[in-house]
Design a protein around this ligand. Structure first.
Ligand code: FES
Length: 102
């Protein structure tokens, strides 16, 4: 685990998500409605679908394929068909950059 500079705070709109690839892995970085930044694994736990193509509402992401909803602040799945939680990674903001502990 190490802090990695992932993006600028301005690279993500409020209530939106971007894909971030690093070291052969893929992640999703979220900005919620209160300008909090969060990071999870990039793929849905149901099938290998990129969550960055989904819809963010407040602290949740809706998978674009079968509409499972996850709380990206905790990784918990709230709506099936997915039944496994997402893994979350720590984030911090420094000097206008979003760092992720991956
Ligand atoms: S791939 Fe995400 S809910 Fe099916």
């Amino acid at each position: 685990m190490a802090w990695i500079d992932a993006c600028s705070t301005d690279d993500i709109d409020a209530e939106d998500v971007i894909r971030f690839d690093h070291g052969g892995r893929t992640f999703a970085i979220f900005r919620n409605h209160e300008d909090g930044y969060f990071c999870t694994d990039g793929l849905c736990t149901h099938e290998d679908i990129h969550l960055a193509d989904g819809l963010v509402m407040e602290n949740t992401i809706e998978c674009p394929k079968h509409s499972s909803i996850f709380d990206f602040t905790t990784g918990e799945v709230e709506t099936p068909p997915a039944c496994n939680n997402l893994h979350c990674y720590k984030t911090k903001v420094e000097g206008g950059r979003v760092l992720v502990d991956i």
